[in-house]
Write a new protein. Sequence first.
Length: 223
Amino acid sequence: MTIRLLVVDDDPLVRAGLSFMLGGADDLEIVGEGADGSEVAALVDGLAPDVVLMDIRMPTMDGLTATELLRARQDAPEVLVLTTFHADEQVLRALRAGAAGFVLKDTPPAEIVAAVRRVAAGDPVLSPAVTRQLMTHVADRTPGTRRSAAAERLTSLAEREREVAVAVGRGQSNAEIAATLYMSVPTVKTHVSRILAKLDLNNRVQIALLAHDAGLLDEEEQP
């Protein structure tokens, strides 16, 4: 399967470099380039990419707004955020909007290719360590309104689903969750799918962020 990739960055040299480096992968096809977030909707409609590699800082419409608008659409392509910062409030907001992860601009090409492949397969590109770093250094104090809203959303979950959501928030894999909660891996997958559907979320990163916002991870860390 060939992965159709759209590259969006306001720097023509960055776009050219990424297209050159990533276009060499046998299973990647660079279907187009964009110079601003305002171009993304039309490009996606015309080119039907599987993944959008999206810069955050662009002059007319930033990649953050473009990601929010794109991920609100049905059958939206996955978004992989491209940034120079690894602990940035805008990165966290992009993840809340449904981006599947982020890569730094100085990431080696082979790692960016691997990240695109993972995103195309439906797997978020964000390690548990990076997730916790973002939440600790960028969102170390969750505003009361956000916490109460997150807690209210989680009331729709059954007890077992809530336990799985907390485990996802701790960065556990399906196999680790299965071992911890004494259930099969297929059952864990079913619970994760139900959580995503009930809460209208896109991926596991959003589950982790919501669990953090609701204070569930703080509860787990208490003795």
